[in-house]
Design a binder for this molecule. Structure first.
Ligand code: ZN
Length: 178
């Protein structure tokens, strides 16, 4: 991953993941002595005299998170969760060629929720019609779930795969990696 795109995972004082920030901001928090750095990336920033490793995971000393943050259920965020990939045929498409499909059809009481909405290309959406994946014999690539705010970032977009340096601190991440 290019250095510019690297983000730093921020944990609260109780080691609970809160969000991810730009590494530049994480270095400032470290310099201000507000955080402990738990993991570093292999990348370093060089000055004339020194080389500073980039923080991969930091922990706030005094801050404990209140409630869980959540990601808005929008078309763009569902597409981002699914990696712009049709969840029936597995094809990757530009956003403009993708639709949202209700797994359990709306006409049959299917709700608009993270667990019932998936990305589908137009041909698959048409082929599935008003049927469930079982009836249409079109199995889903993955069970749709609500993504975490950490996986999505502040803009609501995935920034590529999650860094391996974060794994120990994100016990629920494997389900979100797709
Ligand atoms: Zn498709």
């Amino acid at each position: 991953m290019a250095m510019d795109g690297l983000r730093t995972l921020v944990l609260d004082a109780a080691f609970r993941p809160m969000h991810a920030i730009r590494w530049q901001r994480a270095m400032v928090l470290d310099l201000l002595d507000r955080v402990d750095v738990l993991e570093y990336y292999d990348h370093v920033v060089r000055t004339a005299q020194d080389a500073f490793p980039l923080p991969a995971v930091i922990r706030h000393r005094g801050y404990v998170k209140r409630g869980p943050r959540s990601i808005a259920l929008t078309r763009r965020n569902v597409l981002a969760r699914d990696g712009n990939r049709c969840q029936y045929c597995g094809g990757g498409f530009p956003a403009g060629d993708l639709t949202l499909d209700h797994v359990q059809p709306r006409s049959r009481g299917g709700a608009s929720t993270w667990e019932n909405l998936v990305t589908a290309c137009a041909p698959c959406n048409r082929a599935k019609g008003d049927r469930t994946p079982n009836e249409a014999k079109m199995p889903l690539l993955a069970e749709p779930t609500k993504p975490s705010v950490i996986a999505m970032g502040r803009t609501g977009l995935f920034r590529g795969d999650l860094p391996s340096e974060w794994e120990l601190y994100l016990p629920d991440m494997p389900a979100l990696a797709g």
